[in-house]
Design a protein around this ligand. Structure first.
Ligand code: 5GP
Ligand code: ZN
Length: 139
C-alpha cells in the first residue's frame, strides 16, 4: 500500500484539511510555503492521467474550492498549482495528487518552512483552523 493510501486509511498520520467521498486534502509534510496542501483522489492511481475524466473533474473541483478558501477566507492573494505527472516529470509519490501552494509573499526570498511533527499530527478540524495555525506561525 502506498503512503498516500495509508494516510487515506488513517494508518499514517497527516494534517487533514478537507475530504469528500472521493477526494482527500491534507498538508504536505515538507511544505514549500505555509499552508501547502495536497489534493488527491482516494482511489489509488499512479498519475492524474490514469483518472477517468469525471474523477479528474472532481479532483479539480476540490482544488478550486481550496483555492477559493485561500482567497476568500484567508486573503492569500496568490497560489501555485503544481502537478508532477510521472517520474520523468519529478513525481516522487506515485499516487496522483495536485499541490496547492499559497503565496503570500514574493516567491523569491521565501524560505521553505518545515512544519514540525506536532503540527502534522494535530487534529485539524477544517481548512480555517489549519490555515490560521500555519499563517500565525509564519507571521
Ligand atoms: P511529488 O514530487 O510526488 O509531486 O510530491 C510529493 C509530495 O508529497 C512532496 O511535496 C512531499 O513533501 C509530500 N510527502 C511525501 N511523503 C509524505 C507523507 O508521508 N505525508 C505527507 N503529508 N506528505 C508527504
Ligand atoms: Zn495510493
Amino acid at each position: 500500500m502506498c503512503i498516500f493510501c495509508k494516510i487515506i486509511d488513517r494508518k499514517l498520520e497527516a494534517a487533514w484539511v478537507y475530504e469528500t467521498t472521493s477526494i482527500a486534502v491534507f498538508a504536505d509534510a515538507c511544505p514549500s510555503a505555509p499552508g501547502h496542501v495536497l489534493v488527491i483522489p482516494k482511489r489509488h492511481v499512479e498519475k492524474v492521467t490514469d483518472l477517468t475524466e469525471l474523477e479528474a473533474q472532481e479532483l479539480y473541483r476540490v482544488v478550486f474550492l481550496v483555492q477559493k478558501a485561500m482567497v476568500d477566507v484567508w486573503q492569500i492573494p496568490g497560489q501555485n498549482l503544481q502537478i508532477n505527472s510521472g517520474a520523468i516529470a519529478g513525481q516522487e509519490v506515485m499516487h496522483a495528487h495536485i499541490h496547492v501552494i499559497p503565496r503570500k509573499k514574493a516567491r523569491s526570498g521565501e524560505a521553505p518552512i518545515f512544519v514540525p511533527l506536532e503540527t502534522r499530527v494535530l487534529a485539524v478540524k477544517g481548512l480555517k483552523d489549519y490555515f490560521d495555525h500555519l499563517l500565525e506561525k509564519s507571521n
